[in-house]
Design a protein around this ligand. Structure first.
Ligand SMILES: [Zn+2]
Length: 345
């Protein structure tokens, strides 16, 4: 089968579109013929190499995929050949104390499929194998591309806002990167919970997308000062929640934008990990800083109900053929993407 493979870290030049063996399934796994796979920042971290996180070579990235089941292992009962599925990319042992509680991300064997798995075990391929537990019915109202664009950003944003930050009606939520993959989900999850998203992006075009998704306020960070605008919008009170995933470049503004007793929730740091925190703000304003990482299957299934009802819509910038994975990653690194990029077969 064809796949996007790399054998060393580097720029997009290390990505090769080449033939590799088809995956072989075990008794509890399924084989999926992939129709589309979604691009995530994880693909870029894996390609560049991330200190402290070994990437298994040769590597196929891709933690989001949608396709049709073409083979099931002898023990599989929850899905069958012909089922249209998407991948739930949180892999864990399924039997330990943490897994039993639904805290799969605390499992000693927790892995992000298509990021920490391998060799040759990710979504940007013609066929993939996953545990049957991780095959989730594809929302019927979505195209293959839209279905593949969504699970990882959907469940990440859902866990951040709903489970961790406990977003509620009336909350003001500052959303960085509001037109990106995570941001478009966050804005819609806020709207769904009666909260008001303050969308931040670097162009009016992106902010128009955020507004259409339900953002109550917008800030163009290329020509407006985010902290000043937050003060104006909230009448100096500050926001209830900051939705953080950008890190170093935005962290201090995020903390200063919070109201007294407000909550910052973060799942990543695309601009760098070494953010500065004025600890006085933490105790004086009694702020909450919450980390969030991936999600469990229940959180994905809960969020998907709102996708099926049309309340949460995937936003796809463009669908490219599989061999254009490098172009897609370049667009994400350049910060020009609105919504998600997907690779079709
Ligand atoms: Zn476990």
């Amino acid at each position: 089968m064809k796949a996007i493979v790399f054998e060393e870290h580097g720029g997009i030049g290390v990505l090769q579109h080449k033939d590799v063996p088809e995956p072989k399934i075990s008794a509890n796994e399924v084989l999926i013929k992939v129709r589309a796979s979604g691009c995530n920042y994880n693909d870029i971290w894996a390609r560049r190499g991330m200190p402290g996180m070994p990437v298994i070579m040769p590597h196929i990235s891709g933690s989001d995929a949608a396709g049709e089941i073409v083979e099931v292992g002898s023990e599989v009962t929850n899905v069958k050949v012909g089922d249209e599925v998407i991948v739930h990319s949180s892999l864990s042992c399924g039997t330990c104390e943490a897994c039993s509680r639904g805290d799969v991300f605390f499992c000693r064997q927790f892995k992000i499929w298509g990021f920490q798995t391998g060799p040759l075990d990710g979504g940007h391929a013609e066929y993939v194998k996953i545990p049957a537990f991780n095959a989730v019915p594809k929302p019927k109202n979505l195209s293959w591309g839209k279905a593949a664009s969504m699970p990882l950003v959907l469940f990440t944003a859902w866990r951040m806002l709903v489970t961790r930050a406990k977003v509620k009606p009336g909350d003001l939520v500052l959303v960085w990167g509001a037109a990106g993959g995570l941001g478009t989900m966050a804005v819609q999850i806020c709207r769904l919970h009666g909260a008001k998203a303050i969308a931040v992006a670097n162009s009016d075009e992106k902010l128009e997308v955020a507004r259409q998704l339900g953002a109550a306020h917008t800030i163009n960070r290329s020509k407006q000062d985010v902290a000043d605008e937050v003060k104006k919008i909230t009448e100096r009170r500050g926001v209830d929640i900051v939705f953080e995933h950008t890190g170093e470049a935005t962290w201090e503004t995020s903390l200063r934008s919070l109201r007294w007793g407000g909550t910052l929730v973060t799942c990543g740091a695309t601009t760098g990990f070494e953010a500065k925190t004025d600890i006085r703000l933490l105790w004086n304003k009694q702020l909450n800083i919450l980390g969030s990482h991936m999600a469990n299957k229940a959180e994905l299934l809960e969020a998907l109900r709102f996708v099926e009802s049309g309340d949460i819509k995937p936003v796809v910038l463009v669908a490219l053929p599989l061999q254009e994975a490098g172009l897609a990653q370049q667009a994400m690194e350049d910060g020009n993407a609105i919504g998600k990029l997907v690779l079709t077969r």
